[in-house]
Design a protein around this ligand. Structure first.
Ligand SMILES: Cc1ncc(COP(=O)(O)O)c(C=O)c1O
Length: 385
């Protein structure tokens, strides 16, 4: 029998029934009062999530990467210089995107799994006085590391460069404060901590970012923020192009659910689930990967044991239990696997995944005390009640 997969990956995350039902509503025409109201409501709640009063939020039909690309298109001109501290797959994506548009990307090359040291970043940035922006990634999904964005943003402000942050896998999962931290551009996606379907990217923009967009000369059309803002200002807010209307309905429902409990409850849930996964993995004799583990609430990267390759673990657990874990990326392929624990996850989802992991590891020849990971997770849950 075909059953839904049990997703324990760092996005797309499992979607609550309320969101699925909202997506199944009859289509609302995208030019008119109903869609205008829907968009305004979504933007209002996203602003709360970004924690911005003065910033503008634009909602675009795209996965997260389109939102990142929009930042490169709208803030820069060919030949501009940017600074990218590298410590994983998604910071490298920033570099690739910048170079695709003819920018010069200066880097600080740190090993994957590093939690960036703001002083080191400041020193490296100071060597490139022509830099116009620093491109950061809050949750480095490939390693599980949450980067110290507040401090890194301060470094950027002190150097008087734009601070542009990928929050695709962190917005709503860990603390973030657009205004208070002095962020200029932050890019999120619908399919991560909010547990809506993939297909919508949202960007929060400061006054400085909007000014940069007025003069930037990089080629842009579909993601041109100026066109989006013109349509957003219509009496019934519109999207310039035909938007993903049903995904937008789902996103509105997801935000509604998220704010029923509020941001603090969601953040605490992610912290507790993260601890449970980490304690569970350790109880199986596994080593965790990446620095700053206590702050890494989005995804846990786990070193594969000697007995089994990480890809083999991911394949076996999916085949035998229908459970989807994320394999290692780049240089971590084969040696690390990842468990996502942000979004619409409950304690029992984690217990179920850890039970499947125990059985899978035992089958692959890693010595396991059955129930050890589950017991460790339960202990975390009982202690935090
Ligand atoms: C930190 C980060 N940035 C960007 C992306 C890319 O997002 P998308 O696949 O929605 O384009 C992801 C996806 O996993 C991510 O985790």
């Amino acid at each position: 029998m075909d059953r839904p997969e049990i997703i324990l990956a760092p996005g797309p995350t499992p979607i609550p029934p309320e969101v699925l039902l909202a997506q199944a509503k009859p289509l609302v025409y995208h030019r008119g009062p109903a869609f205008g109201r829907l968009t305004r409501q979504v933007v209002k709640q996203l602003k709360q999530l970004f924690r911005t009063g003065s910033g503008e939020v634009i909602v675009m039909t795209s996965s997260g990467t389109g939102g990142l690309e929009s930042a490169i298109q709208n803030c820069f001109s060919p030949g501009d210089e940017v600074f990218v501290p590298l410590a994983g797959f998604f910071s490298e994506r920033w570099k690739q995107l910048a170079e695709a548009y003819g920018l010069t990307a200066h880097t600080l090359d740190e090993p994957w799994g590093t939690r960036l040291d703001p002083r080191k970043v400041a020193t490296a940035l100071a060597q490139h006085p022509g830099v116009k922006a620093i491109l950061l990634t809050q949750s480095e999904t490939s390693t599980g590391v949450i980067q110290p964005i507040e401090e890194l943003a301060r470094v950027g402000r002190e150097a008087d460069v734009l601070v542009i942050v990928d929050v695709v896998s962190s917005l709503g999962a860990v603390p973030f404060a657009f205004d208070d931290w002095g962020i200029d551009v932050a890019v999120g996606g619908s399919q991560k901590a909010l547990s809506a379907s993939p297909g919508i990217a949202f960007v929060a923009l400061s006054e400085r970012a909007l000014d940069a967009a007025e003069t930037a000369r990089n080629p842009r059309y579909y993601f041109d923020w100026r066109i989006y803002r013109r349509f957003a200002a219509l009496p019934d807010t519109e999207n310039p192009w035909t938007p993903a209307i049903s995904v937008m309905e789902g996103l509105a429902a997801a935000l509604e659910l998220y704010f029923q409990d509020g941001v603090d409850v969601a953040l605490q849930r992610h912290q507790v689930l993260s601890r449970a996964v980490k304690e569970g993995a350790k109880a199986l004799g596994l080593d965790l990967f990446g620095e700053g583990l206590d702050d890494n609430w989005t995804v846990t990267a786990i070193r594969a044991p000697e007995a089994a390759d990480a890809d083999a673990i991911c394949e076996a657990i999916r085949r035998d239990h229908g459970c989807v874990l994320a394999p290692g990326q780049g240089p971590l392929k084969g040696s690390v696997f990842r468990i996502g624990h942000f979004g619409y996850f409950s304690e029992l989802d984690i217990v179920r995944g850890l039970a499947a992991l125990e059985m899978t590891l035992e089958k692959l020849g890693h010595p396991v005390k059955r129930g050890a990971a589950v017991a460790a997770a339960e202990t975390v849950f009982m202690e935090t009640r």
